[in-house]
Design a protein around this ligand. Sequence first.
Ligand SMILES: Nc1ncnc2c1ncn2[C@@H]1O[C@H](COP(=O)(O)OP(=O)(O)OP(=O)(O)O)[C@@H](O)[C@H]1O
Ligand SMILES: [Mg+2]
Length: 259
Amino acid sequence: MALFRRKRGTTETMKKGAKLITVANPQSPVSEQFRTVRTNINFMAVDHDIKTMAFTSANISEGKSTVTANVAITYAQSGLKTLLIDGDLRRPTLHSTFNVRNNRGLTTVLTSEAKEINLEDVVEESGVENLSILTSGPIPPNPAELIGSHRMRTFIDLVKAHYDLVIIDLAPVLEVSDTQELASHLDGIVLVVRQGKTQKPAIKRAVDMLTFAKVRILGYVMNDVSSENAGYGYGYGYGYGYGYGETNKKKGFLSRFKK
Ligand SMILES: Nc1ncnc2c1ncn2[C@@H]1O[C@H](COP(=O)(O)OP(=O)(O)OP(=O)(O)O)[C@@H](O)[C@H]1O
Ligand SMILES: [Mg+2]
């Protein structure tokens, strides 16, 4: 009998931040793949304007924060005034990624008594042109309840009037139930899956839960694609399935994952 639970996930990005290859080397093939992810998301916006979107995954440590930050940067680099929010209140990373203090942030907004929220008090410049960031703020004992709260939804409605695009890094669907609640209020979500790690039943369950909550799934980013598949050693890849139907096809998106 195992007395200790196996350590799950890694805290590397929480401590050191996500790797911003789109800033460090915008011309690299990996940065180009992030731009392709942006293009594919934009295809989904043809009939339906996307102003608010989140990235999530089935489980922890599948690459959400890394993918979210880099995709947000490619949007900012394309000229859109973008706000990136750290909505993963259990495993926040944004302050480490952009090397800013986290003594105030999203939780400050959500727990404040004030009726009016002064965005300038909480939103910071990221150092990347057109990209503002809102870090998690101090972590409260009830993080999930805050994300699913009415105040969070009101806040999103407020900020979206000030930006071309609001992107949120959300906790994994199978770990935190409030992810679905907020996601259904957004224009769409992108599911990050990690090749060789995320298991098919987990993806299916995550998709089922999101679909049940009437969340619009914009697509999937397949992270950590091995070099023989993607052609690039470092291996960000993307595999875009379009919504639930694709995942049901025998040879569709799910066939690329572990049973
Ligand atoms: N494509 C990749 N290649 C190599 N390492 C990667 C890749 N994507 C993510 N990682 C590493 O995997 C770890 C988890 O990544 P990240 O923090 O972005 O995932 P996450 O889904 O946000 O995790 P959490 O559930 O903790 O929020 C980090 O150490 C990150 O550097
Ligand atoms: Mg994360």
